[in-house]
Design a protein around this ligand. Structure first.
Ligand SMILES: Cc1cc2nc3c(=O)[nH]c(=O)nc-3n(C[C@H](O)[C@H](O)[C@H](O)COP(=O)(O)O)c2cc1C
Length: 208
């Protein structure tokens, strides 16, 4: 009888250990498994002398700082239909040309229809959008440039957001502080981070 009881308690202890180990495995798996599908942010820009490209890289850094976010960085001419429709958010950057977005960036938005056929289905609807710009002078069109980019997005029924500045991130690239300074780079990062955060909110909200 004593031997039988010792055997039962030994089996119970082993059983408890197996159960506990199994339980630990389950909780470890739960912790490392991804929370859901990755989020894709497209950061696209036009840049001849590199200023807007530097801001684009700052936006990429900010978006990448949000866990689970993948970033595509491309010039506007390189963007394909797959890039556009496969992204949860699109951030567009332009140099200021004559107080507005450059012709290349405007052509990019026109391609949304001529090449990608976004209308009449509004294929960009509910994707998150944002803008950034660089201009040579302090008050010579950066805000107009960002607002016209946001206007094109609003016309496509996108959800537009800002950070870094009221309408997006911007940099003054000539005069006292030529090129992109630390504050302007930080503004670009803040914009990228906000875009990814809001895009995650929208994506999670759409899940059943
Ligand atoms: C054709 C042209 C027009 C420009 N017009 C303006 C302007 O209206 N306002 C402004 O602030 N800067 C203007 N600039 C300066 C650029 O916006 C500025 O140098 C910008 O940072 C260039 O960006 P990138 O280095 O990415 O090419 C103009 C530059 C060019 C080439």
């Amino acid at each position: 009888m004593k031997i039988f009881l010792e055997y039962v308690s030994w089996v119970t202890v082993v059983g408890m250990l197996v159960w506990c180990t199994g339980g630990a495995k389950v909780s470890a798996q739960t912790q490392i498994s991804p929370a859901g599908p990755a989020l894709q942010v497209l950061v696209t820009y036009h840049s001849l002398s590199g200023n807007t490209e530097q801001m684009a890289k700052g936006v990429r850094e900010g978006a990448q700082s949000v866990e689970g976010t993948r970033v595509l960085l491309k010039t506007v001419g390189q963007v394909t239909a797959k890039d556009l429709f496969g992204s949860d958010a699109v951030v567009v950057g332009s140099p200021v040309y004559w107080s507005n977005m450059s012709g290349e960036v405007k052509t990019f938005f026109d391609r949304w229809q001529f090449e990608f056929g976004v209308f009449p289905e509004f294929k960009m609807r509910n994707k998150v959008g944002a803008a950034f710009a660089t201009g040579g002078q302090v008050s010579s069109g950066k805000e107009v440039t960002m607002l016209t980019i946001l206007a094109a997005m609003l016309g496509n029924q996108m959800i537009v957001v800002s950070d870094g500045g009221a309408f997006g991130a911007s940099a003054t690239t000539e005069g006292e502080s030529p090129g992109i300074n630390d504050q302007e780079r930080a503004d670009a990062r803040a914009l990228g981070k906000r875009v990814a955060e809001v895009a995650w909110m929208v994506k999670r909200g759409q899940q059943p």
